[in-house]
Design a protein around this ligand. Structure first.
Ligand code: DGY
Length: 323
């Protein structure tokens, strides 16, 4: 019997590519270029499974391609707002993701950005590299304390809770969170976490705000001019969730006018095309979507996709099905 045909939209860690190649007839994107809409349409027509990731875009116009052979999209990543889930359902396409395995690495990057923004890490690095450091001075590059400060988490899923643990146990931070319903009492008790009902309640209390909600229409521009104005002028914003949760123009303006103290960003609206306004801001620490970028995490993400495809092709329950 012919092996199922599988396409990986981008290159993966070699060990997981090899695992998949041992099971299926796998096509690799040899030069690792982002696939176009037409390339995805062709892929849906010619492969049994297509494995996209966050850098891809699969709107209804692509998923509606005629004469599809593909039955499953094995997404390499936990977030799937780049896939039109309603259209996938309508087209009878199964969609899977990779929850759980990138929790710690993403929370580590959120904490890194919080510290970089608070302690002016990116700015200091630029200063030293530019040869502009004139030596230690009592008033040079003073910044904000992290230990004992208040951290507000917008969303309180796995990654937010992992960050809250690092912040509370490691830095003695007070934890506030925004979530429609109360979190698990054991977690609340462990972290002494307090729930807020709205951004209006949460934002004015926080020294640091970290975003952990999914992207997409429901959360688009949740952080905008109005909500930014609710933050303290000394507060910092961290975004490791999705770029479109923040209105870039409003954030750039707030940072330029020092209406908030700083921001640490790993994700951007329209990435990798970052609004040029960010690039000249001294008070923004900018990373290139590194949340899950450790060897172990990216390997574990690949393993999850393999497990989901194996379950599908052997008719078993698919562990991480989202559509
Ligand atoms: C995801 O998995 O959704 C991440 O954004 C990739 O790091």
């Amino acid at each position: 019997m012919n092996k199922p045909k599988v396409l990986l939209s981008r290159r993966w860690p070699a060990s997981v590519e090899a695992k998949l190649q041992a099971l299926y007839d796998v096509t690799l994107n040899i030069d690792d270029h982002p696939l176009s809409a037409d390339e995805f349409r062709l892929a849906l027509q010619n492969y049994d499974a297509v494995c996209p990731s966050v850098c891809d875009s699969l709107p209804a116009e692509v998923l509606n391609a005629a004469n599809k052979r593909c039955k499953i999209l094995g997404n390499f990543g936990v977030g799937y707002n780049h896939i039109d889930i309603a259209a996938a359902r309508q087209q009878g396409l199964i969609v899977t993701n990779t929850p759980g395995v990138l929790t710690q690495s993403t929370a580590d990057i959120a904490m890194t950005l919080l510290l970089m923004s608070a302690r002016r890490g990116a700015e200091g690095d630029r200063l030293v590299r530019a040869g502009a450091w004139t030596g230690w001075c009592p008033t040079h590059m003073m910044s904000s304390d992290v230990t004992g400060a208040t951290l507000g988490l917008v969303g309180f899923g796995r990654i937010a809770q992992a960050m809250a643990r690092k912040a509370h146990h490691g830095f003695g931070m007070k934890i506030l969170y925004l979530k429609p319903s109360p979190a698990d009492p054991a977690v609340v008790d462990e972290l002494k976490a307090e729930r807020c009902d709205s951004l209006e309640e949460l934002l004015p209390q926080c020294d640091y705000v970290s975003l952990h909600c999914p992207g997409g229409n429901e959360t688009r521009h949740l952080i905008n001019e109005k909500t930014l104005n609710l933050m303290k002028p000394t507060a910092h914003l961290v975004n490791t969730a999705r770029g479109d949760v923040v209105d870039s123009k409003a954030l750039i303006k707030a940072l330029q006018e020092k209406r908030i103290a700083g921001a640490g960003l790993d994700v951007y609206e329209g990435e990798p095309n970052i609004d040029p306004g960010f690039l000249t801001l001294e008070n923004a620490a900018l990373l290139p979507h590194l949340g899950s970028a450790t060897i172990a995490t990216r390997t574990a993400m690949g393993e999850k996709v393999v497990a989901n495809l194996k379950a599908y092709f052997s008719g078993k329950d698919i562990p991480d099905r989202v559509a």
